[in-house]
Write a protein that binds this ligand. Sequence first.
Ligand code: SF4
Length: 65
Amino acid sequence: MECVNREKNFSECTCSYPGCERKGMCCECIRHHREAKEIPACLFPPEAEKTFDRSVRKFVEAMGS
Ligand code: SF4
């Protein structure tokens, strides 16, 4: 089934990782990172997002500074 929100999600996605087929598919993005014990790009501040490090450790570090 095609996601009816994909175009809108895609236009608002703040992930700068190139070529990811999950962009705009927030449910798949969250599932992917949750299974890897990670956090999706959109929850990171911009500078931390650009590192592509989606670890919980990086998130805590970024949000604590
Ligand atoms: S956060 Fe990860 S899964 Fe989500 S769009 Fe970016 S690279 Fe893809």
